[in-house]
Structures are given as C-alpha cells and as structure tokens.
Design a protein. Structure first.
Length: 128
C-alpha cells in the first residue's frame, strides 16, 4: 500500500543519521473502537501509515486525525504522545528507526507534558 506522509520532521532524521548503526523494524498494530495507546515516546523516529479506520495523533500541542492512505512521523527522542482510534478502530503500520541496541521501542510517559514545538529542533542543533 502507498501512503502519503506530509511534514516530515527533518531534525529527527538528522539526529538518527548521526548514529553508527540503527535497528529498524515494522510493527502491524490494531486498536479497537475508541481505544488509545498510553502516553509514551520512542528512542528514535517512527513512520506511521494508516491502513483502515482512523488514528488521532495527540501530543501536548494538539491533535491531528489521519485516515486510510495517510500517515505521519513521530520524531521520537522524548516527544511524548499517544494515538487514539476512531469509533471504527484503526489498523496501521509503524516503522521504527532506533539507535542500535535500544532496549525497547516504547518508553512509557506520565502524560502529555508541556507544548514545546522547538524542543526537538533545539536538541538536534545542539548535537551538531
């Protein structure tokens, strides 16, 4: 299936490209009607492609809903978010790009935190 992802956060890929190696894996996930993931982050960026239903990506700055054929990139590296399925549920694929040897693809969080749209960009620039 071909999905479109707009607004790819280049800073997240800039950070992961500095690694000597990376672990990459694809996860097929389904959420039941109105189900949500817990608040969490990832140790690297994640490309998400929605196959059926719709998925709302929510963080402290707001939320955006994606339907079949659409997708998004979560920048990872501490960006806390959750995903919420529509009343029809959601079927999606997540492709993780993680630092080699990362102990987990998912890091639990205690809630959305605060909205800081420039945080990921600032951290990537500090690593230059």
């Amino acid at each position: 299936a071909h999905n479109r992802i707009n607004d790819v956060p280049k800073d997240a890929f800039k950070r992961v490209s500095k690694l000597d190696s990376a672990d990459v894996f694809v996860q097929h996930a389904r959420l039941g009607p109105n189900a949500s993931t817990p608040w969490h982050t990832h140790p690297g960026p994640v490309l998400v492609s929605v196959v059926s239903g719709s998925l709302t990506y929510q963080d402290a700055c707001g939320s955006t809903t994606y339907g079949p054929g659409q997708g998004f990139v979560d920048s990872g590296f501490g960006h806390v978010h959750r995903a919420i399925a529509s009343s029809a549920g959601a079927d999606f694929y997540a492709t993780y790009i993680l630092p080699a040897g990362a102990p987990s693809h998912l890091i639990p969080a205690d809630g959305a935190g605060s909205c800081d749209k420039d945080k990921d960009k600032d951290e990537a620039e500090e690593e230059d």
